[in-house]
Design a protein around this ligand. Sequence first.
Ligand code: RP5
Length: 165
Amino acid sequence: MTDKSAPLVGIIMGSKSDWETMKPASEILDQFEIPHECRVVSAHRTPQWMAEYAEQAEPRGLEVIIAGAGGAAHLPGMVSSQTILPVLGVPVKSRALNGLDSLLSIVQMPGGVPVGTLAIGDAGAINGALLAIRILANSRPELREKLHEFQQVQTETVMENSVLK
Ligand code: RP5
């Protein structure tokens, strides 16, 4: 029997300062009632913990990892190099370069080590969560149903507010 409360998605980030950006990902997963965990795992400050997290993710039952990082954002790529789970990278908007450094650090992976790179900031975190749900929904019809509902509500909300003047 599977444990329904065991996390399916791991949201990790390089620093506690990334939480504000990554929190919307957790909120989307909550909305879809997806069990998940949120952890600070730093590629540079806690490299051994990062390796342990990446190696244990699959045997622990995680199915997708969403990794947010800013600046020299090596976390998503280094985690991907040590797991076969899909890793979705969210570039956090950095103070010095507005997240362009984060984006380029995450997106320019060498062939053979995949990271699905999202937009910089909140939109990336939200879409990271939605993509994770789409991946999980491949084998979960009830999630597919929820995704259809989500899209329908989103469209209706925009349509209801489409007249500006
Ligand atoms: C990265 O360095 C983190 O992902 C964070 O975005 C950035 C800055 O970290 P702090 O100095 O705020 O802890 O590793």
